[in-house]
Design a protein around this ligand. Structure first.
Ligand SMILES: NC(=O)c1ccc[n+]([C@@H]2O[C@H](COP(=O)([O-])OP(=O)(O)OC[C@H]3O[C@@H](n4cnc5c(N)ncnc54)[C@H](OP(=O)(O)O)[C@@H]3O)[C@@H](O)[C@H]2O)c1
Length: 332
């Protein structure tokens, strides 16, 4: 088994494993504390040092499960990083004060996350979406203050535009506050524009780090839905019908056909489609870490095994992937 690699989180000094583990959909719905312990321990033993979470995942349940799992595993707190995100709220129908990026909600959401995760500080804390109803000054000050209080080590954004991120930097510079260091954008063979084009200037100037999500487009790129759209998996969970539209967008046939050819290419390379899709994300040097999701240990094993196959992505193979997948991406 190849050993884990580590990359700096953009310009920040901290090193994050290139593969990390997230809990969206899985923890609290498909994964209980026992399985969470198994997944976290397996990932940790294979060099994963970052575990991603958010107040909204399972409306707090995901953080509770992760917190309980870490407590029972008893891993040294200085050997891994844990995150949370604030914006959507942690109760089913949040009141105006229970969501968004006001100082009040940021402050309270952070304390609630710390309690649920049973930890004294969050290594990474993300603003889960931009909030146009709150002045950016208030957001940057609130994050800065949490860092000064020792409750957060690094703060960042998720799905903010390049202009919004730059605005936060401008304010941080003006007031000598700690700026955001990382973004959490979607990045996979279908959704590329933001990470590859829009943020390009930010990598070169402010040294943006990225913790990218949905490397498998929620599992679609594994090819498991091609022959059987009713296959067991996230797309067929109750209340997840919206995922088809969200992943396949306005080019379902193009994305389906491209995925078929992608699966064949993976076979030729003696890799699984999941491994090829994850390895492709890792080829981008502006990706600090690829956040994996897994509802089963077998999936996590397969996905972490990607590291064994990285050298198969030669310039020629990258060209082949480009030819097959570019037309199915948001760049075209
Ligand atoms: N910031 C944001 O807005 C945002 C949004 C989404 C996610 N995230 C973060 O990013 C993490 C990863 O995103 P994601 O879960 O969407 O990643 P993903 O890798 O695109 O999808 C993971 C899901 O695909 C299926 N899968 C994974 N490996 C497989 C394999 N080898 N074979 C077959 N099926 C496989 C599993 O679901 P099934 O078994 O159910 O099919 C798994 O839960 C999340 O956990 C979360 O921490 C952040």
């Amino acid at each position: 088994m190849e050993t884990m690699q580590y990359r700096n989180l953009g310009k920040a000094g901290v090193k994050v494993s290139v593969l990390s583990l997230g809990s969206w959909v899985t923890f609290g719905r498909q994964v209980d504390v026992e399985l969470a312990k198994t997944l976290i321990k397996y990932a940790y033993d294979h060099g994963v040092n970052f575990f991603d979470n958010a107040e909204v995942y399972g409306r707090g349940r995901s953080e509770q499960i992760m917190g309980e799992a870490f407590k029972q595993l008893g891993l040294p707190r200085d050997s891994y990083m844990v995150s949370s995100k604030v914006f959507f709220g942690s109760v089913p129908e949040p009141l105006p004060t229970q969501k968004g990026l006001s100082r009040k909600h940021i402050f309270e959401a952070c304390h609630q996350a710390l309690k649920r995760l049973q930890t004294d500080y969050l290594d990474l804390y993300f603003c889960h979406r931009p909030d146009p109803e709150v002045p950016v000054e208030e957001i940057v000050w609130s994050m800065h203050q949490l860092i000064m209080q020792g409750k957060v080590l690094y703060w960042g954004t998720s799905e903010w535009s390049a202009v919004q991120i730059m605005h936060a930097h401008l304010i941080a510079q003006q007031h000598h506050l700690v700026p955001p260091v990382m973004e959490q954008p979607q990045y996979n063979l279908f959704f590329r524009k933001r990470v590859e084009d829009e943020y390009d200037y930010l990598y070169k100037t402010v040294g943006l780090g990225t913790t990218i999500w949905s490397p498998l487009a929620s599992g679609y790129l594994t090819g498991k839905y091609l022959e059987n759209p009713k296959a067991e998996g996230r797309f067929n969970l109750p209340k997840f019908e919206w995922l088809w539209e969200s992943v396949l967008g306005n080019k379902p046939r193009i994305r389906q056909r491209a995925t078929q050819r992608f699966v064949q290419l993976a076979e030729k390379l003696a890799m699984t489609p999941a491994q090829l899709a994850i390895a492709w994300c890792l080829k981008n040097p502006n990706v600090s870490t690829v956040i994996l999701g897994a509802s089963k240990l077998e999936q996590l094993k397969e996905n972490l095994d990607t590291l064994q196959h990285l050298d198969k992505l030669t310039p020629k193979v990258m060209e082949k992937i480009e030819k097959i997948m570019l037309p199915a991406s948001d760049k075209v």
